[in-house]
Design a binder for this molecule. Structure first.
Ligand code: BEZ
Ligand code: FE
Length: 282
């Protein structure tokens, strides 16, 4: 293969990777090459623009470490994360919808008894969170493993406070025999996603803000049901229609009600999809 030009190079690359043994990988790589080349042709990519793109990705790499994942953030703000979630979580009507995982989940969060305060010292207005976990048939799901995490009143997760060496505003509770759960935490507030790096520059250049509407994160696992990764959003939030990462679903919005003592309460009932026959449980 010599003298390849702009019209013949795509086929040449596809031919070069034709021996890829894994058929799924071959399909994905072939499609990636075709779309990348089509993109470069469509925008008539200049060499300067190509290098700016390389520099941008290099900056994403340099700022990424075990606490900061700029590539996931990039995928989030380009809508790729939510597209992938949406096309892989097509559940029957009535099931709780999935949304983005985000970068702030931590494996091994502390376990709490039902009713405990999972804020563990995080700053914020006290808030009770309660509801039920059921299957699509309405049957209560007992002992559902509910991993919850949220930011504090400054809009920061515990892992974004280097001085805090322990879990705050995150924890695991289990639903009771009737599928009910409740715990205490703090009021969810809107916050800006990390925007002091290349993804923040991209947002600014494109006239976008970095804000996410107030939400609680849930990762729910239960025997016989599909794993659910989702949020519950606050109905009075001004960013519901402009979430920086496109994660809002109408069905995930709940009212946070203020009590006479100034604290809040929010109720949300989760509906899990049964695991497909033969598929591994949550
Ligand atoms: C989050 O909700 O924690 C989140 C999601 C995507 C990007 C940044 C943060
Ligand atoms: Fe979040």
């Amino acid at each position: 293969m010599r003298n390849l030009d702009q019209h013949t190079i795509t086929e040449a690359v596809l031919a070069r990777q034709a021996q890829t043994a894994n058929p799924r990988l071959k399909h994905v790589l072939d499609s990636l090459v075709k779309h990348l080349h089509a993109f470069a042709r469509e925008v008539e990519l200049t060499e300067e623009e190509w290098f700016k793109g390389i520099e941008f990705l290099t900056r994403c790499g340099h700022i990424t470490d075990d606490k900061r994942q700029e590539f996931i953030l990039l995928s989030d703000v380009l809508g790729l994360s939510m597209l992938t979630v949406a096309q892989n979580n097509d559940k029957p009507a009535g099931c709780t919808e999935a949304t983005v995982f985000g970068p702030f989940h931590v494996e091994g969060a502390p376990h709490y008894e039902l009713g405990a305060d999972i804020s563990n010292g995080a700053r914020g207005i006290p808030c009770v969170v309660r509801g039920t976990v059921r299957g699509i048939d309405g049957k209560p799901v007992a002992k559902a493993h509910m991993d919850v995490w949220q930011s504090d009143e400054d809009g920061l997760y515990d892992v974004q406070h280097p001085e805090i060496g322990h879990a705050q505003a995150r924890g695991i509770v289990h639903s009771d025999s009737e599928g009910r759960y409740h715990f205490r935490s703090i009021l969810a507030v809107p916050y800006a996603i990390p925007h002091d790096g290349p993804v923040g520059d991209l947002l600014q250049t494109t006239g976008r803000h970095p804000w996410r509407p107030a939400h609680l994160h849930f990762l729910i696992k239960a025997q016989g049901y599909e794993k659910l990764i989702t949020h519950v959003f606050r109905s009075d939030d001004r960013y519901l229609d402009s979430d920086a990462v496109f994660g809002v679903r109408q069905s995930l919005i709940a009212d946070w009600k203020q009590q006479s003592d100034g604290s809040y309460i929010v109720e949300y009932d989760f509906v899990l999809n049964p695991a497909r026959k033969g598929a591994a449980d949550a």
